[in-house]
Design a protein around this ligand. Structure first.
Ligand SMILES: [Ca+2]
Ligand SMILES: [Ca+2]
Ligand SMILES: [Ca+2]
Length: 641
């Protein structure tokens, strides 16, 4: 008996017995955190849902990073019960208000009842604060373009989407990609890619001609892989930042396309490769193409000599070259942002690369290799991006700024640099491991998604890009072992979770391919070859995302999982609607008895927005069993009929 007391103290339950931890909910959607993009001086209202009558008190526990001369300090905001919510008024809605200062705040909640104290962080209710889980964050003054929140995107590799103008097609041997190595032109659109120097002839006119398809799919913006003049087919190594590659079209054709697409509601996002250019670049001119003296020709006398970094003496990493390049790839010399002329030319000047092209009416930029951009050989420098944001947002407050970052992007998403990230950590990898490869359990998937959503401020989460694949990864269908059902499971999550779903051209029709260059196959316009089930699903989900603001900016409450059946049930709610998603990732039908009394009352009829099947709420649950079982790989979007 004596041993029991220390044992109990050593192994506390996850939650207090007197607090219904599973009923508690908060996230940074408008119903629970307002305003979405608070400015210094604004009153912020936080709301927390708890079972009715359950709590004696609730408190917002804030860490204000500006207190104590920047050392930070704790602020406690008492909450009160504002009202009862829920289908049978079965929840108290607790509310706490405070005035925002200039500094970043981190917050979580403390709940007390009958001597028990629990905390609420984004992964749920816990007995003790878990320092490994990032608290919710508020970044005063962080405002992103509203059009981009939850918007549907479509990535195009320009050489491979559609050939609208055969007269601009690259010809065999028309130029060298490296000294002595000529480019190749494919004889047929249906051949397979072979590397970086083979061309199919896709172009801007082709994209324009297929605008009806993009509109039919419900695409809000296109992200084009680089379109500036280059010798490679991927064009991540520009020879000029001022000219559209002539094999894609002219500068004038580009502007016409951008403005025409904008009129149909489709913005164009350009790929900005700011870190490095080609060794054939007009400023570097290693191979003596231009009449002037390029940096490589004579770093001392060239007007561009200090635009790059040349190293005296022996440099093993760059050997046998004497200049800094991206990953020591000598065809990709790195621009030197310690030189103010480079910063003027790329960022600062009214006609800089970034600001100049913004004037054509593009919707913004995706910035390549953002962590590398800076002075010298290795230096990443955030000041390049803070300067970029200030200038571009002054030119066009609606310009979207997305960075490429494969790790934690928080250092770029504090409100002063980018609006969002290509979210590998928060979406692509979790959905890969859950749906495509089936390595993760549903509980692990839910945990990774929740942690991804707490990684950044709310506005950044909404405009971050959720992809199943892109030009740097093998095709989603190939990674799924050619199982299209798994890709559809992942697509369902891509379009129903918070964030901005961005399709990789061809994934929606069942295009396959291994690693680069096989992942860059041409788009197959022969409808007989299409995976119609997938493209129909994409179009339907895109329509739902446009119909229901709750799918774009609403809450995300993944309150129920079926472990063995690999099913996650989650609600998305805003002031207009509640949608209940049932998302399966499994190979067999599942009998499910799903509690829905958090959102719906007995007698309510819930209709699936995809299949039009309906379910009646009985005893707080809906039953999917027998002939109504959730089919293998099944999914539902339920809305009150
Ligand atoms: Ca209680
Ligand atoms: Ca062409
Ligand atoms: Ca020259």
């Amino acid at each position: 008996m004596l041993l029991l007391i220390p044992l109990l103290a050593l192994f506390p339950s996850e939650q207090c017995g007197s607090i219904e931890g599973d009923a508690i909910f908060h996230d940074q959607s408008p119903l629970y955190c307002a305003p979405l993009e608070p400015m210094p001086g604004d009153t912020v209202s936080l709301r927390l849902r708890a079972a009715v009558g359950d709590l004696q008190s609730a408190t917002v526990r804030i860490w204000d990073t500006g207190l104590n001369g920047g050392a930070g300090g704790e602020v406690l905001v008492p909450m009160w019960i504002e009202t009862q919510v829920g289908p049978t008024q079965n929840f108290d809605l607790w509310r706490g208000d405070f005035t925002l200062g200039n500094d970043t705040l981190w917050y979580r909640f403390r709940m007390e009842d009958q001597g028990c104290t629990d905390v609420y962080q984004i992964t749920g209710t816990l007995n003790n604060w878990d320092p490994a889980i990032r608290d919710f964050q508020i970044r005063p003054g962080f405002q992103g373009p509203s059009w981009a929140r939850g918007a549907v995107g479509y990535q195009i590799f320009p050489d491979r989407f559609e050939n609208g103008n055969p007269s601009n097609d690259p010809q065999n041997g028309e130029w060298e990609i490296a000294p002595g190595i000529g480019i190749t032109a494919h004889a047929s659109w249906n051949e397979l890619p072979t590397g970086g120097s083979d061309f199919f002839g896709g172009d801007l006119l082709g994209i324009w001609q297929r605008r009806d398809y993009l509109q039919w799919l419900g695409v809000d913006f296109l992200w084009l892989n680089p379109v500036f003049e280059s010798r490679s087919n991927h064009r991540y190594d520009a020879t000029s930042y001022d000219r559209i590659d002539s094999h894609l079209g002219t500068n004038a054709e580009f502007q016409t396309m951008v403005q025409g697409l904008r009129q149909q509601g489709t913005r164009v996002i350009l790929d900005g490769v700011m870190n490095h250019c080609s060794s054939w670049n007009e400023w570097f001119d290693r191979y003596h193409v231009y009449p002037w003296t390029g940096a490589h020709e004579d770093p001392v006398s060239s007007a561009y000599g200090d635009w790059f970094t040349f190293l005296p003496g022996f440099h093993p990493l760059n050997f046998p070259e004497n200049y800094c390049s991206w990953f020591a790839i000598n065809s990709l010399p790195k621009l030197n942002y310690a030189n103010p002329e480079v910063r003027d030319r790329m960022v600062r000047a009214p006609d800089s690369v970034l600001r100049g092209w913004l004037q054509t009416g593009i919707g913004g930029w995706r910035l390549d290799a953002a962590e590398d951009v800076g002075p010298g050989c290795d230096g990443g420098d955030h000041s390049v991006w803070t300067e970029m944001r200030n200038l571009l947002k002054a030119d066009d407050p609606d310009a979207l700024l997305i960075l490429e970052e494969w790790g934690d992007a928080l250092p770029w998403l504090e409100g002063d640099q980018f609006d969002g990230v290509m979210d590998f950590n928060g979406f692509l990898f979790p959905v890969q491991d859950y749906c495509l490869s089936r390595n993760d359990s549903v509980a692990t998937f839910r945990d990774r998604i929740l942690k991804g959503l707490r990684a950044y401020a709310a506005t950044a989460n909404h405009s971050s890009w959720h992809q199943l694949g892109n030009h740097d990864l093998s095709r989603a269908l190939t990674r799924a072992g050619l199982d299209a059902d798994r890709v559809r499971e992942a697509t369902f999550l891509q379009f129903t979770l918070p964030g901005s779903p961005v399709l990789y051209y061809g994934d929606e029709i069942g295009t396959i391919g291994g690693n680069d260059p096989d992942n860059r196959r041409t788009f197959d316009w022969n409808l007989a070859n299409w995976d119609r089930d997938t493209v129909k699903l994409v179009r339907k989900l895109s329509q739902l995302r446009h119909r229901y603001s709750a799918l774009r900016e609403g809450s995300f409450d993944p309150y129920w999982v079926h472990h063995a059946g690999r099913v996650m049930v989650f609600a998305r709610e805003d002031a207009q609607d509640v949608l209940l998603m049932i998302a399966g990732s499994n190979n067999a039908p599942q009998n499910l008895n799903i509690p829905v009394d958090r959102y719906f009352a007995d007698g309510d009829v819930l209709e699936d927005q995809i299949s039009n099947r309906s379910y009646v709420v009985v005893n707080g649950k809906i039953n999917l069993s027998g002939s109504d079982a959730l089919e293998a790989h099944g999914y539902r979007v339920l809305h009150l009929r």
